[in-house]
Design a protein around this ligand. Sequence first.
Ligand SMILES: Cc1cc2nc3c(=O)[nH]c(=O)nc-3n(C[C@H](O)[C@H](O)[C@H](O)COP(=O)(O)O)c2cc1C
Length: 357
Amino acid sequence: MDLFTPAVFGDLKLSNRIVMAPLTRLRSGEEGVPGELVAEMYAQRASLGLLVSEGTYPSLEGRGYPGQPGIVTDEQQEAWGRVAEAVHDAGGTIVMQVMHAGRVSHADITGTGRTVAPSAVAIDGDVHVPSGKKRYDTPHALTLDELEEVREQFVAASKRAVAAGLDGVEIHGANGYLLHEFLSPVSNTRTDLYGGTPEARARFVVETVRAVAEAVGAGRTGLRISPAHNIQDVWEKDADDVAATYAALAGGLADLDLAYLSVLHADLGGALVQDIRRRVGAPLIANNGFGAPSTRELAQQLVADGIADAVAVGRPVIANPDLAERWRIGADENEPDGSTFYGGGAKGYTDYPRLAL
Ligand SMILES: Cc1cc2nc3c(=O)[nH]c(=O)nc-3n(C[C@H](O)[C@H](O)[C@H](O)COP(=O)(O)O)c2cc1C
C-alpha cells in the first residue's frame, strides 16, 4: 500500500493516508469557542487524508488547559460547525478528538473547584494555571454515579460533534489523560469493578467507547491509545501487565467495527501494537511518539510495510499546511516553531507558507 492511496475507514473517506494528529493549540479563548482563525487553520490542511481536531473537552471539569476548545455548549457546537464547514468546503474530512483531561488539570482550570480521576493520586509536578505555576491537585476519585455521568458527557459531546457536522469523533485514551489514567495500576488503585485486574482497569475505556459508538455509530468512532507511554505519571512499566490490559481493552472493542484505532508508540511494528491491532480489527493509524518528529520516509515505510493503514503526523503538519503535496513530490519542509505551539494568534498558526508552485 502507498501513503497516497485513498482509504475508507468505517464511515470516513480519506483521500490519502496522511492524518493530521490531534494538536492542542490553545487559541479558543476563555470560553473555549473556536473562531474563524481556528477554522482557517484546519481548512488550510484539508488536503491531508483526515484531520483529527485538537483535544476538546466534553465537560468543564474535563478541561485541561486555558484556551482549549470545548464541545459542551450550543455556542461551541455552532463554532465547530463552522470549522467543519470550512474543512468540507476545502475537500477535507475531520473528526473531533474528545478529551477529558482527568487529573492533568487544576481546580483553577476546571472551574469546578476540583479535578477528577480514577483514584485520589496526584501527579508529582507543577501545572500552569492562569495565575502562574501551582502543584497538581490531588484529584477527587470518581464515584460510580459520577463515572456514569462522565460516560454520558463523552456521549453528549460526541453527539454534538456529529450534529455540528464533523465526520466523527476520536476518543482520547492516550497521553496520561482521564481514560489512560484508568488503564495504569499506578494511577488507578480502585478496588471496585473499575480497578485491580487488567480487565477491570480496561472496563471504563471499553464502556465509554461502546457508549459513544452506540450513540454516533461505530463507523464514525475512533480511539487513540498510547500503551506504555509512561507520561504524566501514568506508569505502565510491567510489560506483561501492559499486554494483558490492552488485550482486555482490545477484546472489549473487537465486535464493534470501529472506524479506526490510533496508536502512539515508539515500536509500532512490535508485538504489543500489532497484537492490539489484530484484536481490535480496525484500521490502524500509527504515530511514533514524541521523540523525533514524523518523517516522510518513516510514514511511507510504515504504510508500505503494512505496519499501519495510515500515519498520524503532528509537528510537520503544524509547520506545513500543504504537507500532503510536499510529501507527494518530496519537497523541503518548513520547520515548526515550538514557541508558537500553544496560545497566541495567527503567527505560527495560519502563516506557515505553502510551496510556491
Ligand atoms: C503542540 C502539540 C499538541 C499536541 N496535542 C495533542 C492532543 O491534543 N491530543 C493528542 O492525542 N496528542 C497531542 N499531541 C501529540 C501529537 O498528536 C503527536 O502524537 C506528537 O506530536 C508526535 O508526532 P510528531 O512526531 O509527528 O509530531 C500534541 C503534540 C504537540 C507537539
